[in-house]
Write a protein of this length. Structure first.
Length: 537
């Protein structure tokens, strides 16, 4: 057992509970944690998925529930590239108002980057939220600091296309924000150029004991990811780098279960304890982060000379960390596997569902068109960046089974509907009901891996009408699909597939249901009777 983990468990034995990491499983990256109105909140990125910012709530830092979805009709993501759109939101609470700053990335083609930063505000998480205020486009990962004197300051990573290296993150800058004029004022001040770890981003400022602490992410969001801490007596600097940096990283321990640790944010409990939320991955076979970047929490402590350290010492992120004082949850090293079931018999879709670049609405995604079914009007192709008519949930366990039942009557090979494993438009697997000119209605499998498309040879003939069920069972980097018609026995659809390509980039794998019509967009529809996802320990 790692010494840090042992220390965490020993501390828990003193009457505390244990926080088991990750606390937010599946694709939940770039966490920003705060305490507001007596609750702990975490806001995470969604990139090209909508709603654009998911907010979770907890009373104890241990048990988290989905609280709100922000950024819905305020953004237009159509045409945005994979791994673009909504990056690294920061949610703050000041004098009775919530402030959300975020980046909408429109292009990532080097050497440039079109990253537009915006601000919206509300007096309640439930809204109404203000219209977006445009701030700047000089870099990403915006963060708003509310100083004691009432002034507000925007921080962000700054991008410099002139740099000859592939890394063009040139440090951290700060500029004053005028809430009355709703604009940045004055000139940007450079706070930090970064260390040799490079790729400096995700800045947040905290004030404690007369010091301004600048928390940053360095090393990139992959295996080199790290947290670097600086401090200054003056807001504008100069900032001194923690001589023992990085404060947290798994970069030198590649076999540790939590990798890519970084992008940290801090919160203080009412009892004066401090905790850090950060992103991490749980690579399958030590290589494939199919679940995407997840959120973990660490207990942290201040040294006598005022530097931040992980509880228990060292720099490795803990699998278990002591819960706050007074939390008597039983120690646990694992979460219960999740179960999500939707029979589409409610007035609205469950908030677990997400969509790509467009919001779900009655024009293409209806619970009213046929009682007890979700009707999806077929959209563009599975690789579209515009009208992708699919709803999907996050994969939260390394092993799972998902299945759905649908009623669909295609008349062309250009029409299809079914069950998808979907990372992005270049990496997916699609088990679909479609049409073949010689055989009629069939179920077939297609795969796109690293932008190379393959139509798999196995085809199952199904009756010309009636419902068809599709299922997928995944275990690590292996998956097997199956189907059945009208409640008959399940039949395997093709051979077992390697799905290691459903990893990488900034997002994680989703399990979705959708309909696509390249003969005439909107010319057909599929009615889904049910969907079930069951995670396995």
């Amino acid at each position: 057992m790692n010494e840090q983990t042992a220390a965490g468990i020993a501390k828990a034995a003193e009457g505390r509970g244990v926080i088991a990491n990750p606390v937010l499983r599946g694709f939940n990256p770039d966490p920003y944690m705060l305490r507001a109105e007596g609750k702990y909140l975490i806001a995470v990125s969604s990139f090209e998925w909508l709603p654009g910012v998911r907010v979770y709530e907890s009373a104890d830092l241990n048990s988290w529930t989905h609280r709100a979805d922000l950024l819905t009709d305020q953004v237009d993501l159509r045409g945005n590239p994979k791994n673009g759109s909504i990056w690294a939101p920061q949610l703050s609470w000041n004098e009775g108002r919530y402030y959300l700053v975020y980046t909408d990335v429109k292009s990532t083609r080097r050497p440039f980057k079109d990253s537009h930063n915006y601000l919206i505000t509300a007096t309640s998480l439930d809204g109404p939220w203000s219209a977006p205020v445009y701030l700047n486009s000089s870099g990403f990962d915006p963060s708003l600091f509310h100083d004691d004197d009432g002034r507000k300051w925007l921080l962000n990573e700054i991008w410099d296309y002139r740099l000859e290296t592939s890394n063009k993150s040139a440090g951290i800058v700060m500029q004053e924000y005028d809430p009355i004029g709703q604009a940045l004022i004055g000139e940007p001040v450079r706070l930090f150029d970064g260390t040799h770890l490079a790729k400096t981003e995700a800045p947040h400022i905290y004030k404690r004991d007369g010091w301004y602490y600048l928390i940053t992410a360095e090393g990139g969001t992959g295996t080199g990811h790290a947290v670097t801490v600086l401090r200054s007596r003056q807001l504008a600097g100069p900032y001194e780098v923690d001589p023992a940096f990085p404060m947290m990283t798994a970069s030198d321990t590649p076999d540790w279960p939590l990798q890519c640790a970084g992008h940290g944010s801090l919160v203080e409990t009412p009892e004066g304890e401090w905790y850090m939320a950060h992103l991490c991955t749980r690579p399958v076979d030590g290589k494939y982060a199919i679940l995407g970047r997840e959120t973990a929490i660490q207990k942290v402590e201040w040294t006598e000379d005022g530097w931040l350290r992980l509880h228990g010492g060292g720099t490795l992120p803990l699998l278990e960390t002591p819960a706050p004082a007074g939390d008597a949850h039983a120690p646990s090293s694992a979460h219960a596997p999740s179960l999500f079931e939707d029979r589409f018999d409610g007035p609205s879709l469950h908030n677990n569902w997400n969509t790509l670049r467009i919001l779900k609405d009655e024009s293409w995604c209806s619970l009213a068109a046929r009682a007890g079914y979700l009707r999806i009007i077929a959209g563009e192709s599975p690789q579209t960046l515009f009208r992708h008519h699919m709803v999907a949930i996050r994969q939260t366990e390394i092993s799972f089974r998902a299945e759905t039942t649908l009623d669909y009557a295609p008349s062309s090979y250009l029409q299809m509907a079914g069950l998808l494993l979907y990372l992005n438009d270049e990496n997916y697997v699609y088990a679909c009901v479609t049409h073949d000119e010689r055989q009629g209605r069939v179920v077939r499998l297609m795969r796109c891996a690293a932008d190379v498309f393959t139509l798999l040879p196995d085809v199952i003939l199904v009756p010309g009408d009636g419902e068809v069920s599709l299922a997928v069972e995944a275990d690590g980097i292996q998956a097997r699909f199956s189907c059945r018609a009208d409640g008959e026995a399940w039949q395997p659809l093709g051979e077992e597939l390697a799905i290691d390509f459903l990893s990488g980039g900034f997002t994680g794998n989703f399990i979705g249901i959708g309909a696509h019509d390249m003969y005439r967009t909107g010319g057909s529809h599929a009615d889904f009777a049910e969907f079930r996802y069951e995670g396995r320990a």
